[in-house]
Every structure is written in structure tokens, then in C-alpha cells.
Ligand binder design. Structure first.
Ligand code: 7TS
Length: 406
């Protein structure tokens, strides 16, 4: 079933806006996606009729909110096909999910001289927490290299796996390059040596169906706001066997079983990792976003977005002095480029004046920019509501940039 994009765009009120006297062309979806009415209505309904603290109140609203929150956990379990609902831990987002694992897993399993393996195309959120853990425990961070197309070197990956490797952490889709990494293959190879794998799914969940059991990843992290849901909420999926062995991340209410001054015992999963009052409204908003995605179907979304990416790549190729950054065979969602004679920042500024929202800079992936020896890129990132007409407007905007600055 194909998507009626014009009708769908009506569900996103922000897209009807005028910016700098031009209709908004929103192409910064890798940073955050816009929200459909169903998500905003869900937040409003929660605050108008359900708001209450959960898991503790002995009153009507509290038990209703608790029920809705735990129901959302089950929706999300189904969305990623987790085996158990208690393997779904709510966090503030991908960043907190990775920090949780870096802090808690490493505390239990990382010793002096151990190695953690990441890749050359990680977002800072999947670099810095591991650097901090390595510093804490005297471990060593190793990096899987990539080629000029922005594809991981799988031979080098195999060689980097050693007796001291305790964890592999890789991104599913690169936010700066759009590369889709062969995560299943990475996981199979790592598991053959009993090494667990964390997958950063921040850029994958809006674009493809996720099945954590088929993938067999040990951890999977993502953010609600990049998949049409609210900001400030995300998920850590972890296999039960790891989550049970890992110590709590933060202390406080909810995560305890019993608190005495001489000894405190911890709650069971998933509550052990959810200290304090949770972000109930945004969890419900994220559930609404997932239902929204499911109602359209991952396949229809992928067909639309991939054909749009192909169209955009073909059109922008007509421009003089354009350099594409990230030309992997398997890619989606992201078109990163720069003019070799114009700073990406200047390109972005002029596009903004024309009502076109793109991101410029290093996209929180500075090592990627260093690898390509560039100051940054202009990144147009796509969502299911983008159209060919918007790509044509981007193209005209880029022609204008060349007229003005080349
Ligand atoms: N991992 C990847 C691959 C990302 O793209 C991002 C955010 C994160 C982790 C962190 O997610 P957060 O929701 O916790 O912030 N990426 C971007 C981006 O490309 N532009 O702005 C944020």
C-alpha cells in the first residue's frame, strides 16, 4: 500500500508553516522528526484526564496511569519484537540508554586491559560514554575502520576482535553518512566469540522494522523524538540475562525493593533501571508514534523514502563542485554533501533564508569529518512526509547558493 503524502502532511501542523516568508521545507529529520496530531493529542489526553504518579497510588487515576504506562511497554515490546516486556527500559533517549550500559555493564564486566570496540562512524553518544568507562576501568577503546564510501571494514573488524574484547558497540544507521551497517553479521561474528553487541538504533527506528530477537543484539537503543514521538524519552532494550546481572544505574524511588540504613535491596526488572518518577506522558506519546508508524507500514515508508533519496541524489548530482559524503551501497534517509568551494555553514545559512531547514556541521560525528578531512557537511535528512517538490526546492536553493557564493 502506498502512502498518500499530501493527506499525511495534514497530520503534521508544523509543516504548514511559513518560515522566512517561504513555505517550510523541513529536511532536518535525523536531528528530530516532526510530530503528528495523534502524538500531540495523546499527550493532551494524558494531562487532561489521566495525569498521576504511577506504581504507587492507591487511587483511580494512579492505577489508570500505571496501566497505560505498562501497556505502552508492551506495545514497544511488540514494536521491536523483544521476548519480554521487562527487557524494555525507559530512558531519556538514546544517549541515556548508552550511558546506562556504559556505566552499569562496565562496572560489572570491564577490568583493566579489557577492550571495547566501536566503529569509525559513531555519533558522539556512542563514543564518549565508552571513553569515560575506559578511563574509569583502565580499558582500551578500539575502532573499526571504514572505507571512502563510509562502509565498515569487516575484515578489520574480525581482526580487532580478540581475547580481551568485552563489548562491541555500533550504530545501525550512521547519522552523518546514512550507511546501514550489517549489524546481523557483526552480531553473529561477535557472538561466535561470546562477545555481546550493543546497537545504536537512533537513526534506524524511523526507517525500518526492528526485530531484536532476529538480530540477536544484546542491547538496542533509540529515541522517541527521532521517530515522530516526543522529546525526552527513549528506550534501552537489553537481554534479560545481562540486565539481571548489571547493577542499577541510578538510585532512588521505584528502583528499590526495600530500603534500610544498613542494607537496601533492588527491585526486579524493568524497575531496577527506572529510578524516580518516569516520563509517563512522553512514553504514551512514543507509543502513539509507534502505532502511527505501524498503521502506515514499514514497507510503504521505506519505499517512499528510498525513492526520494534516489531522486535527491540524482538531482543534486547535476550541481557543480558538489561532493557527496557517504556513498555506501546500503544507505537510507541521509544525504550529506558539500560544495568544494563553499563552506557548509554558508550553504546552510542561505538555505535557511529560503525556508529550507537542513543541518550543517559535524553532526556530532567529528571523527567522521576528520576521516574525510572536511570541516563538516550539509545534511538533508528525510522523513516519510517529505516530497519530490521539496527536493526540487532544495535543488533550486542550492543553485541560488552557487550563484551567490561560487
Ligand atoms: N546516536 C545516533 C546515531 C544519533 O543520530 C543520535 C542523535 C544519537 C545517538 C543521540 O540521540 P539523542 O536522542 O539521545 O540525542 N543524532 C542527532 C543528529 O544527527 N542531529 O542531531 C542529533
Amino acid at each position: 500500500m502506498s502512502i498518500n503524502i499530501e493527506k499525511l502532511r495534514q497530520e503534521f501542523p508544523i509543516l504548514q508553516q511559513v518560515v522566512n516568508n517561504r513555505p517550510l521545507v523541513y529536511l532536518d529529520n535525523a536531528a528530530t522528526t516532526q510530530k503528528p496530531k495523534v502524538v500531540m493529542e495523546r499527550l493532551l489526553r494524558y494531562y487532561e484526564t489521566e495525569n498521576s504518579n504511577i506504581h504507587r497510588g492507591a487511587h483511580f487515576l494512579s492505577s489508570q496511569a500505571t496501566e497505560a504506562y505498562e501497556q505502552a511497554r508492551k506495545t514497544i515490546q511488540r514494536f521491536i519484537n523483544a521476548r519480554h516486556h521487562y527487557e524494555v527500559i525507559f530512558t531519556r533517549g538514546t544517549t541515556e540508554a548508552i550511558n546506562l550500559v556504559a556505566s552499569s555493564f562496565c562496572k560489572k564486566f570491564i577490568k583493566q586491559g579489557d577492550e571495547i570496540l566501536i566503529s569509525a562512524m559513531e555519533h558522539h553518544a556512542n563514543i564518549v560514554p565508552w571513553q569515560m568507562a575506559c578511563e574509569d576501568y583502565g580499558a582500551v577503546l578500539k575502532v573499526i575502520p571504514m572505507n571512502e564510501a563510509g562502509e565498515l571494514d569487516m575484515n578489520a573488524f574480525q581482526q580487532l576482535l580478540g581475547k580481551k574484547t568485552r563489548l562491541v558497540a555500533v550504530t545501525h544507521i550512521s547519522n552523518a553518512l546514512g550507511t546501514i551497517n550489517p549489524v546481523k553479521e557483526i552480531i553473529d561474528i561477535a557472538h561466535a566469540r561470546d562477545i555481546p553487541v550493543l546497537v545504536d538504533g537512533a537513526q534506524a527506528t524511523p526507517h525500518m522494522a526492528i526485530d531484536v530477537q532476529a538480530m540477536d543484539c544484546d542491547f538496542y537503543c533509540f529515541s522517541g523524538h527521532k521517530m515522530y514521538g516526543p522529546m525526552g524519552v527513549g528506550v534501552l532494550y537489553g537481554k534479560e540475562k545481562w540486565l539481571n546481572e548489571m547493577p542499577p544505574y541510578q538510585g532512588g524511588g521505584e528502583m528499590i525493593s526495600e530500603v534500610r540504613f544498613d542494607k537496601t535491596t533492588y527491585n526486579e526488572l524493568p524497575f531496577k533501571f527506572e529510578a524516580g518518577t518516569p516520563n509517563v506522558a512522553d512514553v504514551l506519546g512514543m507509543e502513539a508514534a509507534m502505532n502511527f508508524i505501524s498503521s502506515l507500514g514499514h514497507e510503504a515508508i521505506a519505499i517512499h523514502e528510498n525513492s526520494l533519496l534516489q531522486y535527491a541524489t540524482d538531482r543534486l548530482q547535476e550541481l557543480e563542485k558538489i561532493r557527496f559524503v557517504g556513498t555506501a551501497k546500503q544507505k537510507t534517509g541521509v544525504l550529506s554533501f558539500l560544495f568544494t568551494d563553499i563552506h557548509p555553514y554558508d550553504t546552510g545559512t542561505i538555505l535557511d533564508k529560503l525556508g529550507i531547514a537542513v543541518r550543517t556541521g559535524h553532526h556530532c560525528a567529528q571523527p567522521v569529518m576528520d576521516f574525510f578531512d572536511i570541516p563538516g557537511t550539509v545534511r538533508a535528512s528525510l522523513a516519510l512526509y517529505n516530497t519530490r517538490e521539496e527536493i526540487d526546492i532544495l535543488m533550486a536553493g542550492l543553485q541560488k547558493v552557487r550563484e551567490m557564493l561560487a
